[in-house]
Design a binder for this molecule. Sequence first.
Ligand SMILES: Nc1ncnc2c1ncn2[C@@H]1O[C@H](COP(=O)(O)OP(=O)(O)OP(=O)(O)O)[C@@H](O)[C@H]1O
Ligand SMILES: [Mg+2]
Length: 173
Amino acid sequence: MGERRDDSQKGSESEDTMAMRSLSRSPDETHRLGMAVSRHLKPGDLVVLVGELGSGKSVFIRGLARGMGVKRKVQSPTFILIRDYPRHNFCHIDAYRLKGWEELVDLGVEEYLYGDRVCAIEWGDKVEEALPPDYLEIRITVLPPDEMSREIILVPHGRWRDRWSSIERELSH
Ligand SMILES: Nc1ncnc2c1ncn2[C@@H]1O[C@H](COP(=O)(O)OP(=O)(O)OP(=O)(O)O)[C@@H](O)[C@H]1O
Ligand SMILES: [Mg+2]
């Protein structure tokens, strides 16, 4: 087993020191960042998006999916909760309507989270207890007063930290 994060580390400074901050000024820029991140994804990877309604989580995931070869428009799965793209080994989960992680488990989503699919999950903070320890967190914050600006912070968790320095170097170019 690699490094396992214990609860006392959650959101602590040691995790945040590896965070990469980026500023997006348009949906296009957010989409491009999603595409750039997709180049570093491997089967079984998990990307967790956190941010208020309309902050751009779906825009980012569309970039991610496009980077993984998904050609058709990625619809938000808010009403169907999970949208699977088996040909591209990708799945998109939206936890917004979930009451908690028990519901996620009841729906069988763990099979995806712990399987070979690359998974992107919106509102991942609502189901934090169900998440595997290794994931890339994407925190998006709308920056007032400019409606188009977003701060996007990438935080590696668990084994993502071992890969982080090279990924960060490439992403910041
Ligand atoms: N810099 C930006 N990055 C991303 N989206 C932006 C940006 N500026 C403006 N927008 C707009 O913000 C909206 C983001 O919508 P999106 O559906 O991606 O949000 P979301 O976080 O998935 O919301 P929800 O929680 O409802 O699923 C879009 O209408 C997009 O055009
Ligand atoms: Mg969304």
